[in-house]
Design a protein around this ligand. Structure first.
Ligand code: SF4
Length: 401
């Protein structure tokens, strides 16, 4: 695999170092494991309304984004730190940790709840790991394969209730640990990656990443370095569960185990929706599929959340349409793609569609979808052929590159 050189500064936005977009500063708030408390969500909502564009935006890595901020305004850093959402200034960009959102609630082989927080604390406690790129992604998969499908650099994936295996850029390593030891294994593997990465941003950019990382880890702990019988096909079947959420599939409504799932249209949460969410559950989980899981919602939550504008019905067309920021927020965009995507939702759509303002295709899902790239106001390339978004009947769903 060709190596992608890390030849420029890391531009991934955080809170301390926001991205300057056409509509103001954009701050990304990392939520390891997607977990956020009701009070913290309320603080983010108040900040968005007083200092941003009024909304909170969900990302494809289970994080939150605020847009339209004044880059000189000290309130975002102050408010988010006070809410416990900015525990480290040095490591904020690298706190990228996914965990199976329904783990311990329904489905899955193991319970990974709490492990993302342990991993996050360990990450922030190792100064050298601040050198990881903001694109580097950890994942703790409870065996159902949901977050393993999000292309993490390092993934611990359960193979049973009491054991799981380390994967590097999707490749098996044969290194197995109990769930409680998974965070330390992932952190050791990240340190090993930094020792061999050279100019590579991500493990997938590095030739033989799994073998090189395992060789370093094997030298320090003496464990077997490689499972020579493993293959990708068996890995992809491992841990399959009839109750599993399909990777990348938005799950809303009753999710089992008392949990409910909801989705904001185009991943954009209004102040009304945020306050209702914060008042409905003590803790929430933001998923990488721009939905939220409420593990222990108050009685009657779904009705109230529907009234607040959130999608709670599994057949709703909004679950099949996603879009990048587009114009006017992004200067590169050739169209107001979010307005076009909203129109698409109103018309109804059969296949998942991702609508973007340019060929960068930001935020594209890792699952089959129709690719709609703006070429001008109202004009799109639909899976590579000229077309109009008003007639969304493309025949060829595609995966992102
Ligand atoms: S896909 Fe293009 S237009 Fe959309 S947010 Fe990314 S850079 Fe901007």
């Amino acid at each position: 695999m060709p190596t992608t050189a890390r030849t420029r500064a890391d531009a991934c936005p955080g809170v301390v170092s926001p991205h300057l977009a056409a509509d103001g500063a954009l701050a990304r708030v990392r939520l390891p494991g997607g977990v956020i408390t009701g009070p913290a969500l309320r603080a983010v909502a108040a900040l968005a309304e007083s200092a941003g564009d009024g909304s909170v935006h969900l990302t494809s890595r289970g994080n939150l984004q605020l847009r339209g901020l004044d880059p000189a305004d000290p309130r975002p850093v102050r408010t988010l730190r006070a809410a416990g959402l900015l525990p480290s200034t040095t490591h904020e960009r690298v706190r990228n940790v996914l965990a199976s959102p329904l783990s311990g609630i329904s489905g899955g082989l193991a319970d990974v709840r709490g492990l993302a927080a342990v991993l996050d604390r360990g990450l922030c406690a190792r100064p050298g790991l601040a050198r990881l790129s903001g694109r580097f992604l950890f994942a703790l998969d409870d065996g159902r394969g949901d977050v393993a499908a999000e292309r993490p650099d390092l993934c611990w994936r359960a193979t049973g209730r009491d054991e799981g295996e380390l994967f590097v850029a999707g490749d098996r390593t044969g290194l197995r640990r109990a769930p409680a030891d998974a965070p330390a294994l992932l952190l050791d593997a990240a340190q090993a990656f930094l020792a061999v990465c050279g100019d590579a941003w991500r493990a997938g950019d590095l030739d033989d990443a799994a073998a090189r990382i395992v060789a370093l880890l094997g030298a320090t702990d003496g464990r077997p370095s490689r499972d020579s019988t493993a293959d990708r096909a068996s890995r992809d079947g491992a841990g399959a569960d009839q109750h599993a959420t399909l990777a990348g599939e938005p799950a809303v409504g009753e999710l089992g185990g008392g949990a409910v799932g909801v989705a904001p249209e185009l991943g954009e949460l209004s102040g009304v929706a945020l306050r209702e969410l914060a008042g409905t559950a003590p803790e929430l989980v933001v998923t990488p599929w721009r939905t939220l899981v409420l593990p222990a919602p108050a009685p009657g939550a779904l009705g109230r959340l529907r009234a607040a504008g959130l999608v709670v019905d599994p057949g709703h067309p909004a679950l099949r349409v996603s879009a990048c920021a587009g114009a006017p927020g992004c200067a590169k965009s050739l169209a107001d793609v979010r307005a076009d995507a909203r129109m698409l939702i109103r018309h109804g759509v059969g296949r998942p569609v991702h609508v973007v303002g340019c060929a960068r295709r930001c935020g594209a899902p890792h699952t089959p979808h129709v690719d709609a790239v703006a070429t001008g106001a109202g004009d799109y390339q639909i899976d590579g052929a000229p077309g109009a978004l008003t007639a969304p009947s493309p025949d060829r769903p595609r995966s992102t590159r």
